[in-house]
Design a protein around this ligand. Structure first.
Ligand SMILES: [Zn+2]
Length: 397
């Protein structure tokens, strides 16, 4: 029997609106609250949780950026000569993604998505390391650096494995009493929500399924540890996409040349522009101002949400769609999906969640980067126990 286990479980896209009327984790983690997310996709939300810092600090924001001088994809340009009937197929892209990831030694999540091969040499990819590993952030440390420094034995999910394997491995670690700390990352709900939407009857079933898994983990943990603390949380929510917007066709109508006059990445809910010649910015702005489905994010607002970058590495102009509007086709996908995230952090479906077994989660844990403080405190507690330093006690007279 071991002393203490700290369990942190992330259920991707388990948004507040999805769980607020569901009895999810009422037995094992009854203390729940709504958290504000971070502006961006999982590519920034997860690193923000893992580091306790914001996009303008850790610089893990959106995946693709305009940077032809440093593009690792120049060798893929010949693929533009293949018919789009081949290169546009998801199965081909998936195979190529795996191949490229190995070739370029990318350690994080990587997907070529729907970036046209004609333009791929203009872009760099910003997650070359895995934020789920020590030294995995673009800038600064994460929780795994702290765990290594303090020599706390821990478990972390290997995202290349299926979810059942994540459960099996965590249970094995608990039963062997090897670990003091676990960070489990389950992405299955996110994938399901993208496919079926947030009002599908499949969603409560998936929540029940995670509830059973987490209860199983807690039961095993309590057999092997005197004390177990559990925090379950999400990185963002999920909005149904009932409106589709072809933003590209509107920008293409300007007749500007990609890579010469301007560059753009069409994410699913954002368009990020770089301007390469004078006068181009004004023309793009005049078009964007006629699109009622979204708006240009002012610099002050980006600063407020900690996603303003002085060097404009992620774009000189960020256009954001209203909740429920999907940019399609985009560089993320050729075809529509049922639901998406990455809208404004204060849009109703954007909010994330925190469930705790502990009633004393501090009131100032209000945004997803604050989850880091809970993890940091847990690591520090394990470190002081290991060092054998006495726990704080009442002062002697
Ligand atoms: Zn997602």
């Amino acid at each position: 029997m071991k002393d203490h286990l700290s369990l942190f479980i992330m259920v991707d896209a388990c948004g507040w609106e999805i769980v607020k009327d569901h009895s999810f984790l009422q037995q094992v983690a009854p203390h729940r609250r709504k958290l504000e997310s971070v502006f961006g996709y999982s590519s920034t939300c997860v690193p923000s949780i893992l580091s306790g810092r914001w996009p303008d600090e850790h610089r893990n924001w959106c995946y693709f950026i305009y940077d032809p001088a440093n593009s690792p994809f120049r060798s893929l340009r010949w693929l533009r000569w293949l018919p789009t009937a081949v290169t546009g197929r998801r199965i081909f892209r998936r195979w190529l993604t795996k191949f490229v990831k190995v070739q370029l030694k990318f350690r994080g999540y990587f997907d070529l998505y729907n970036i046209p091969f004609k333009y791929i040499h203009l872009f760099d990819f910003t997650e070359k390391k895995s934020p789920l590993k020590p030294k995995g952030m673009n800038r600064g440390p994460n929780i795994f650096d702290l765990l290594e420094e303090k020599q706390i034995p821990y478990f972390v999910t290997d995202p290349s494995q299926p979810e059942e394997e994540h459960l099996r491995r965590l249970l094995a670690e608990i039963e062997s009493e090897r670990i003091d700390f676990a960070f489990q990352y389950w992405a299955g709900l996110d994938g399901l929500l993208h496919m079926v939407g947030n009002d599908s009857p499949e969603i409560p079933l998936k929540l029940d399924h995670y509830d059973r898994w987490i209860t199983q983990v807690m039961t095993a943990a309590k057999q092997h540890y005197r004390e177990v603390t559990l925090h379950v949380f999400s990185d963002h929510g999920m909005a149904n996409c009932d409106r589709h917007l072809d933003l590209r066709v509107k920008i293409d109508a300007l007749g500007l040349a990609m890579g010469k006059d301007y560059a753009v990445v069409y994410d699913s809910t954002m368009a990020r522009f770089w301007f390469l010649k004078p006068g181009v910015k004004e023309r793009v702005i005049s078009v964007l101002n006629t699109v009622p489905e979204g708006r240009i994010m002012p610099d002050d607002e980006l600063r407020h949400y900690r996603a303003y970058f002085d060097d404009h590495a992620f774009g000189e102009l960020i256009w954001l769609a209203q909740e429920g509007v999907l940019i399609v086709p985009s560089h993320m996908g050729e075809r529509p999906i049922r639901a998406m995230h990455g809208y404004h952090p204060t849009d109703p479906q954007s909010y994330a969640t925190l469930f705790s077994s502990q009633p004393d989660v501090p009131d100032d844990v209000t945004h997803i980067p604050h989850i880091y403080r809970l993890m940091e405190r847990a690591v520090e507690d394990h470190a002081s126990r290991r060092a054998g330093s006495p726990q704080p006690s009442a002062p002697t007279p």
